[in-house]
Every structure is written in C-alpha cells, then in structure tokens.
Write a protein that binds this ligand. Structure first.
Ligand SMILES: [Zn+2]
Length: 387
C-alpha cells in the first residue's frame, strides 16, 4: 500500500499538472469506484470547474473544486449568486428552506477525496493515449491532458463530498473516542481499518449516517450530500471520510511533537508496532516505514508502548521524521505497483534496512533480520540490536 511518502510523491507530481485547469470531461468507467455521486452527478458537479488545490492528509488526497469558469451565456452576477454545480445536479443544498438561511452567506464547497488503498495509481496522460486496463475514472482538461485513476486491485475509492473541508476535524468527540479505543483496547483506534462511524452521535443516536455533526459549527444540517446514493455507497463513503477525519497528526508537521508522542505512549497498553500503524495516532505510516523507523530507533516492534523511556521516545520521534523525509526525497519506495504521477518508480527501496530483508544481515550488527507477526502484520527487525 502506498504510504505517506508515496502519496506525497504522487501529490507533488500531479498537482502542477492539474491545479487550475478547467475540467472538460469526467468519465467514470467503473461506477462502484466512485462514492457520493453517480457518474452523471459527478460530471455535473465538476464540469467547467477546476481543482483549485490538491493536498495530502495521511494517505488521503484531497482535491478542492474551484469556482466555475464562466459558461457561454452566463453573467457574473449569476455565477456569484449560485455556483454552477448546484444548478442542475440534483445535489441540492440541504440548507434550502432551513431556518438560518440568509443569515450567513453559505457557499457550497465541493471536494474529491481519493484513497489509493492497496494499488491505486494516479497518472497524467495525453487524451489520445490508450486507456490502460483497470482505468476507473478519467478527468480531462482543456489542454488535452488527463488525470487517470487506475487500480488493478479495485480497493481504492474516489469520493465526492459537498460540505466543509473534510481534512479538518471539527468535533473533538470523534478524536477522543478514537483515543480511548486505541489505548484501552490496545488495538487500533476507530480511524483504522474496519471502522465505521458506528459510534453514537452527541445526541446519543446510534451512528448510521451521522457524519454530518462532525462538520458542526458552520452548518449542523450540512452533511451527507443529497445525491441519495444507495445505502452501501453512503456507508462506504462515510467510512472513508471518517478515516480522514479521525487521522492523528501529520508526522512532518509541528503538531507532531515529542510531548505528544510521550503522552500517547504512556497511555497505550499495547505494543509499539501496531500503535505506529494506527492512523488515529499518527497519519501516514504503514508497514514498510513503521519497520524502518523502529529499526533506526533501535526499538523492538513487540515492546510495550508505555515501557518506552524518554530517550527512546525522542529517538523514535526523530526516526519517524528522518525516514519519511528521506523517503519523500527519494520519491517513495517502489514495490509491486507503485509509481508516481509521471509513471516513475521510487528510489527508497534500495535504502530499506529491514523491510523485505528477512534472513539478510542487519546493516548495523550483522545478525540475520527476522520476520514475525506482530498485531497481525509482518514485522521485520533485528533481534540483536532492536530492544
Ligand atoms: Zn542488528
């Protein structure tokens, strides 16, 4: 699965090729890969607009849609009053007729959220390039280029979302729930795999389609878009967005401090390796980089998290930042199917110290690298110098 460095590399290669370009075509070849809108609705929502930004949060890519470009026959007043996307899409604003209407000028913001999961790829192509097998979504731009989503495993998803910025958690209840989950159970928090937003809402209602409240203060009614997708579609979209909302701090941002790490470690009853994989604890690490980070910090993957001393936590913090920074510089690790937005492979694979090197000598002490299941995932480590 692409981890933070790979997704960041994809973002860096794709952003300059698509941001600000007018979208002239949206083709959904595999409708089940798109959640939150039917193919026709997605086209209506995106037509004559551009992606105004492409950000990464954890392993998610978040594209924001810009204002519509003027269409022939439109005048400016009309555009200002009502973005083109809400005119005829059937994705009507849930605010219509609401009690607060008019009090605060509400402008719909539309987003496309992409999670590549196991094997998703995003590639820039010329429009006349052959469509590769397993191409699921194509966005065409005025300059004759296309962004294509390709995924031979079909696990990734493209989500259309209308509402507040999905990469900014508004409510704190959600994240503290996740915190309790991950520390009390010693297992993954609810932002990790298998979660849904099946907790309770602040009003105590069982979860179901309850994402809306987390987008809270601006508009409590604003939430699920009104495309009336099937329930399965809605649940899939909600689970995916919940994972985004519940993400822990970005490891390369100032939010990720040694103090934060110390506090979390002290609370955690489980082992360190599964905690590193818990996206609600820290965004973006996966199996490869977690193993590499623990090797660099000389910490055994089966160590109890709360047994780590301050100097070990400091080493771990530094290792997380260094390994991720280096991996981004080298454009990620190519394994199986990963390539960046230009189709290039990453160079970090040659720098891996333990991942995939079972039986080979440890680069530090020469003892053979071992592989063992820890928390259901393969951990690669040196039993001699990781303690
Ligand atoms: Zn060693």
């Amino acid at each position: 699965m692409p981890e933070l460095p790979e997704v960041e590399t994809i973002r860096r290669t794709i952003a300059p090729a698509i941001v600000g370009k007018k979208i002239t075509r949206v083709e959904v070849l595999t409708p089940k890969m798109v959640l939150g809108a039917t193919p026709a609705e997605l086209w209506e929502a995106l037509r004559d607009r551009c992606f105004s930004s492409l950000r990464r949060r954890g392993k998610y890519l978040v594209l924001e849609l810009g204002e519509p470009f003027p269409r022939r026959g439109d005048n400016e007043d009309h555009l200002l009053a009502e973005p083109a996307s809400s005119r005829s899409t059937g994705l009507a604003s849930p605010r219509s007729g609401g009690p607060d209407q008019g009090e605060q000028p509400w402008r719909q913001r539309d987003w496309v959220v992409i999670h590549l999961k196991m094997a998703g790829r995003l590639l820039i192509h010329r429009a006349d390039d052959l469509i590769a097998k397993h191409t699921h979504v194509v966005w065409g731009f005025t300059d004759g280029t296309e962004l294509r989503y390709i995924d031979l495993r079909h696990f990734g998803r493209v989500v259309f979302w209308r509402g507040n910025d999905p990469a900014v958690a508004v409510g704190t209840a959600a994240s503290s729930n996740a915190r309790v989950d991950r520390h009390e159970k010693g297992g993954p928090g609810r932002g990790q795999s298998g979660h849904t937003v099946s907790g309770t809402t602040p009003t105590g209602r069982p979860g179901g389609l309850s994402l809306a409240w987390r987008y809270g203060p601006q508009d409590p009614q604003q939430g699920l878009n009104q495309a009336n997708p099937s329930e399965k579609d809605a649940m899939g979209r909600e689970a995916l967005l919940a994972g985004l909302i519940h993400l822990g701090p970005e490891p390369l941002s100032p939010d990720f401090t040694v103090n934060y790490l110390m506090e979390e470690l002290a609370l955690h009853k489980g082992r360190i390796k599964p905690l590193l994989l818990d996206q609600t604890f820290l965004a973006g690490l996966g199996n490869i980089y977690a193993d590499e980070v623990l090797f660099q910090a000389a910490i055994h993957p089966e160590r109890e998290a709360r047994s780590l001393a301050q100097d070990e936590a400091t080493r771990l913090h530094a290792a997380i930042r260094e390994i991720l920074t280096r991996a981004i510089e080298l454009r990620g690790t190519t394994f199986a199917t990963y390539v960046d937005g230009e189709g290039k492979k990453g160079e970090f694979a040659s720098r891996l110290s333990v991942y995939g090197r079972e039986g080979e000598p440890c680069p530090r002490c020469g003892n053979p690298i071992q592989r063992r299941k820890v928390g259901g995932r393969s951990a690669h480590f040196c039993p001699a110098c990781q303690r």
